[in-house]
Design a protein around this ligand. Structure first.
Ligand code: AMP
Length: 382
């Protein structure tokens, strides 16, 4: 076990790195954040902020020398850096799981090979392969870059072959997947933690609403049958076992109108749809990340209250500060801001957890809060 007062490292100091840092420091660990951004939200509260590129060998070696264990907040870490770290210190989750989630082609193929369903897709590495994909995948479809896509970035909706070719060249001809646009009944996600010795802590199924490809709201517990929740949990557990996974992991699902569960994505780290755990669970996802990393027993992941998490995007700041005073009037509302200075449209600035005895009541509060934000905007436009 790596016990409090030890130093932990995290690759990436965005909001996920920041909330990991908060959890670790609360538990008495020291944290070094590696992030090139001088205004990194995680770096701002770490014991040390290495303001260097993720490929910087010296910085990676420094991290390995000074940390008992290192984790990551995102999957797009250079392979060489992960391998260099692994030869010198504990890295969890390991490079294999992180690398596997870096590339949509690899990820989706892996899922298929283990008899789990994804949306129909075809790999596209050149224009000829795109022509083949267009004969196999029903349109409309999404052309998604295999690497570096998130929150709907790096993807385009295509409705005919000419548009697909134009999108492929616009994306610079990088490897992509052509994926059928599925008619979704719901989007769901499973969050879990797995210890290195194979124990699981499972969180309840979350129901996720996206706007323009970005998570807008998570509703927990999800409004689905127990059978669907069980099936999703089993699939997520199987994937974690197959990867000998150690750490916190999220699996995003599409639920079709035939109640089929398609796996959309796997995140080898805490996830936006798990932010509700910060206020609604006995052990939140970031404490669980610390526990798995340090080989402490996993914490009790039980849900203490129904909850709705709403994301606060930079758009809310377009007319000045959002109406926080109105939000604070709801006593069961918990605000989390990430300390980002610049509020750009679509940028995740914070989130808010709304707790209530029933999910429907939390949803009503969510509606009221959104209305307040909108009304305030209208006033300042007038
Ligand atoms: P992604 O970045 O691939 O997770 O996509 C972001 C969001 O876009 C998803 O959460 C869905 O709301 C939507 N989306 C992505 N792929 C599909 C698809 N194949 N069919 C329908 N909606 C999709």
């Amino acid at each position: 076990m790596i016990l409090p007062d030890a130093t932990l490292g995290v690759l990436g100091g965005g909001q996920l790195g920041r909330m990991f840092t908060l959890a670790a420091r609360k538990m008495g660990y020291k944290v070094i954040v590696l992030d090139p951004d001088p205004l990194s939200p995680g770096g701002a509260i770490a014991n040390e902020h290495l303001q260097c590129e993720y490929s910087d060998t010296e910085a990676i070696n420094y991290l390995a020398r000074h940390c008992a264990a290192v984790t990551t907040e995102f999957e797009n870490v250079p392979v060489a850096s992960l391998h260099a770290l692994e030869t010198q210190c504990v890295v969890r989750p390991g490079a294999t799981a992180v690398l596997w989630a870096q590339d949509r082609i690899r990820e989706k193929t892996f899922i298929r090979n283990f008899d789990m369903a994804t949306a129909p897709f075809h790999a596209v590495r050149d224009p000829a392969e795109l022509d083949v994909a267009l004969t196999q995948i029903e349109l409309p479809a999404l052309l998604k870059t295999a690497e570096l896509g998130y929150d709907g970035k790096g993807q385009q909706l295509v409705t005919d072959a000419a548009q697909a070719h134009a999108a492929f060249s616009e994306m610079g001809g990088v490897p992509c997947v052509l994926e059928q646009r599925v008619k979704l009944k719901k989007e769901l996600s499973v969050l879990l933690a797995r210890s290195c010795s194979g124990e699981f802590a499972m969180y309840p199924l979350a129901e996720n609403i996206h706007e323009n490809g970005i998570l807008d709201m998570s509703i927990v517990p999800a409004r689905t049958s127990a059978e669907i929740a069980e099936r999703a949990m089993e699939m997520a557990q199987t994937l974690a076992e197959l990867l000998s996974y150690c750490g916190v992991m999220a699996v995003e699902f599409f639920l079709t109108h035939d109640d089929e569960l398609l796996i959309n994505e796997i995140a080898p780290r805490p996830h936006n749809s798990g932010h509700y755990t910060l206020d609604a669970c006995l052990t939140d996802q970031f404490e669980q990340q610390v526990r798995a990393l340090c080989e402490l027993p996993l914490g009790d992941s039980r849900l203490l209250s129904p909850v709705v998490m709403i994301n606060l995007l930079g758009d809310l700041w377009q007319n000045g500060l959002p109406a926080w005073d109105a939000l604070f009037r709801y006593p069961n509302t918990k605000l989390h801001l990430y300390g980002k200075r610049e509020a750009r449209p679509g940028r995740k600035m914070g989130h808010c957890n709304l707790l209530a005895t029933e999910v429907d009541d939390a949803l009503k509060i969510a509606d009221e809060i959104r209305q307040v934000f909108t009304d305030v905007k209208k006033v300042s436009y007038a």
